[in-house]
Write a protein of this length. Structure first.
Length: 284
């Protein structure tokens, strides 16, 4: 009987470990909250939101130092997204100064002839087999492969959820990104349709795409600059869309565009290689 009880307890204590998962990324921001007892939210550059208990001051201070140093880290999160361990990680370095220009005015996206063709792009695309991958890496690979195979100049759409929305609904992401195309709809009008290959088997409009991913649907506003989202952290009834060209990789690109008026005008192959490796375990 004792042996049976021991085995049951051993199994129960092992369950959280089975539910754990790892993410290798950097820290975007640490939000301490505004109320006594608020969980500490760690916004990761992967788009994920991890959690810490407020009383874990040594860990908070350590993470703040690692953020300042822009250290690449491997986080192990439990099933509730609470940080279990943090370890230094190495990753492919990229040179952000490559493939940059001062003007995106010459970027003209391809107009896809109909929804059927746009749906075909989803069906033929590389699908992920790993449990955890980062959305901006998947989007980079899909955009790159459509361009190589079909000369398709797609675009990307970011959706951002404000801090208080994330906190209120314990939402797991603070942003998501997917490619989108301009496509001639059945009514003959050219419309923007998102091709989110991992999650959806057909093109979606922006709002329906955001609703699919969010736990509590809110109307999203299309804005031009990253600060149009970042300056409204307390919104709980709105999310934000930002359009970008297919060369854009992460939210940091949007911040650079606003700060220095730099826009990427070609694929940065360091970023493309990093995207293939992280999302699909493929070395180019």
């Amino acid at each position: 009987m004792r042996l049976k009880c021991f085995l049951i307890l051993t199994f129960l204590f092992a369950l959280p470990a089975l539910a754990s998962h790892q993410i290798t990324t950097q820290i975007h921001e640490i939000d301490l909250g505004t109320q006594i007892g608020d969980e500490v939210l760690v916004f990761l550059k992967s788009g994920d939101v991890a959690k810490l208990n407020r009383w874990d001051l040594p860990q908070i201070e350590s993470l703040q130092s690692l953020k300042s140093n822009e250290q690449w880290l491997t986080f192990t999160l439990d099933k509730n997204r609470i940080i279990e361990t943090v370890k230094p990680a190495t990753t492919l370095e990229t040179n952000e100064s490559k493939s940059m220009s001062l003007d995106d005015a010459d970027y003209t996206p391809t107009t896809v002839e109909n929804i059927k063709v746009a749906t075909k792009y989803i069906a033929e695309s590389r699908h992920v087999t790993k449990e955890e991958t980062q959305c901006f890496n998947r989007a980079m690979v899909w955009s790159y492969e459509w361009w190589r195979k079909h000369s398709l100049r797609s675009k990307k759409v970011f959706v951002f959820w404000p801090k208080e929305y994330v906190r209120k609904y314990s939402f797991k992401w603070w942003f998501h990104v997917s490619p989108y195309v301009h496509v001639v709809d059945a009514d003959g009008v050219v419309k923007e349709r998102v091709l989110d290959v991992k999650w959806l088997n057909r093109p979606y409009n922006f709002q329906d795409w955001a609703d699919y991913h969010s736990s509590h649907d809110v109307k999203c506003k299309v804005v031009e600059k990253y600060s149009d989202y970042a300056d409204h952290p307390f919104d709980t009834d709105r999310c934000y869309f930002i359009r970008a060209n297919m060369y854009t990789w992460q939210p940091a690109d949007l911040e650079m565009n606003e700060a220095w008026n730099y826009t990427k005008s070609a694929f940065n192959m360091d970023e493309v290689r990093a995207a293939y490796l992280e999302a699909f375990d493929i070395k180019l």
